[in-house]
Write a protein that binds this ligand. Structure first.
Ligand code: PLP
Length: 410
């Protein structure tokens, strides 16, 4: 992977702020955006801004764009058909809307499972639906030593009454990746559906909804180099079988029946360009399918991200006043994303992020809506953690600059 060439595609990475190159380690909160995404969005708005179903060229273009965006998302997730991709404003609002529809026939005595590894968009939506239907909510704990999901605890909570399991593919706070294929197989054994939050996972690794056999999977384009846009994959039988709440004249056919109002067409233009940006990292020619290019691209980015994780964790060992929550074993780098949750002895997370922010190193502090996780780790009422979030565009040199500042800080 030619990192210099790749980084040149991102205006944000090339800018100078007060004479310095900013360092973006805030990727899990929203990644930076390459020029081809910006150009696609401005071209749509500049030349074709319209709506669906008109008898003129820009409306035709919008219809075509929508189909192409669904295909790009289907390629990214390996959905069997583009009709199984639903778009919306963001993952949270889509998950709310799916939770209302999926919970319609839940009854007292039914149960659902959520986890302490999850962002609360994949917890609260289900908790509120459960409360409305009188359904019991069980919560899977994490193993505090490495912040992985406690699968023995999960197994003990599953039973014939379990209707749904809502689980994250990877923690947006600690980077720990969950074995979704296994979780889905266990859930399906008792007849429960599985709703996967792939928001944090999707920028780092190739998603394959068919291999996972999950019932639903949600992600957000602004985390994988695109614009603010959410999407949900669903199995055809579920998208056709469940009944969404929708306005009367809206379509009954999938996927339109799940989409409320006018979509952000400029964001859909950006999504296509973001998926193509990732595919282009493969440097494969057009004799290969976009899906094959994506697979090759993620192999490259994962390799680089594992090198970043190895460097970060190896250097961190020399800082006894910094505590890491999550996987620190160099033999297990493939089980994590390069996202690191830290606390600093004697310093509030906000003090650390402010200090770094003054040097134009962008990192987030807080709980990142991973409320259950921060509560279980005992940091919820202490300002959460400092999150160092690397993406494939980050460099070893940037991490070294970060550690130089840790030296000044401690
Ligand atoms: C793991 C995870 N899930 C869900 C969300 C919510 O996504 P959205 O902002 O698209 O609603 C986020 C946002 O940070 C996240 O990190």
């Amino acid at each position: 992977m030619n990192l210099t060439k790749l980084r040149r595609q991102f205006p944000a990475l090339m800018q100078q702020v007060a004479g310095k190159s900013p360092i973006f380690l805030d990727g899990p909160g929203g990644s930076q955006v390459p020029q081809q995404v910006l150009s696609a969005m401005s071209a749509y708005l500049g030349y074709y801004n319209s709506n669906l179903g008109g008898a003129f060229f820009s409306s035709d273009k919008t219809v075509e764009l929508m189909a192409n965006a669904r295909q790009a998302a289907a390629d990214l997730l390996n959905a069997p058909s583009r009709d199984q991709i639903v778009f919306g404003a963001n993952m949270t609002s889509l998950t709310f809307s799916f939770s209302r529809a999926i919970s319609r026939d839940w009854q007292a005595g039914d149960e659902i499972i959520v986890t302490n590894a999850d962002h609360y968009s994949n917890v609260s939506s289900w908790q509120q639906a459960a409360e409305d239907q009188g359904v019991k909510v069980n919560t899977v704990l994490i193993n505090e030593a490495d912040c992985s999901l406690d699968l023995a605890h999960f197994a003990s909570l599953l039973n014939q009454n379990t209707k749904l399991v809502a689980v994250t593919y990877a923690s947006n706070t600690t980077g720990s990746i969950n074995d979704i294929q296994r979780i889905v197989a266990m859930a399906h054994e008792v007849g429960a559906l599985v709703y996967v939050d792939a928001v944090h996972y999707a920028p780092h690794e190739l998603v394959d909804v068919q291999a996972l056999d999950c019932d639903f999977l949600a992600c957000s384009a602004y985390k994988f180099f695109g614009p603010h846009l959410g999407m949900v994959y669903g199995k055809r039988e579920h998208l056709e079988g469940f009944t969404p709440y929708k306005v009367e004249p809206a379509k009954d056919a999938i996927p339109g029946r799940w989409e409320t109002g006018t979509q952000s067409f400029e964001a859909l233009a950006g999504l296509i360009a973001a998926v193509d940006y990732i595919a282009d990292i493969s440097e494969l020619d057009d004799s290969h399918s976009r899906r094959d290019k994506l697979a090759a691209a993620f192999t490259k980015t994962k390799q680089h991200e594992m090198a970043l994780s190895e460097h970060f964790l190896t250097r961190l060992v020399n800082y006894p006043k910094i505590r890491l929550f999550g996987i620190d074993d160099l033999e297990r780098l493939s089980q994590r994303t390069p996202t690191f949750a830290l606390t600093f002895e004697g310093l509030e997370p906000r003090q650390v992020s402010e200090f770094l922010g003054k040097q134009h190193i962008c990192v987030w502090d807080g709980n990142f809506y991973a409320q259950g996780l921060c509560e279980q780790l005992g940091v919820l009422d202490k300002g959460g953690v400092v999150r160092i979030g690397c993406m494939h565009y980050n460099t070893i040199e940037e991490l070294d600059k970060l550690f130089d500042l840790f030296d000044q800080l401690i």
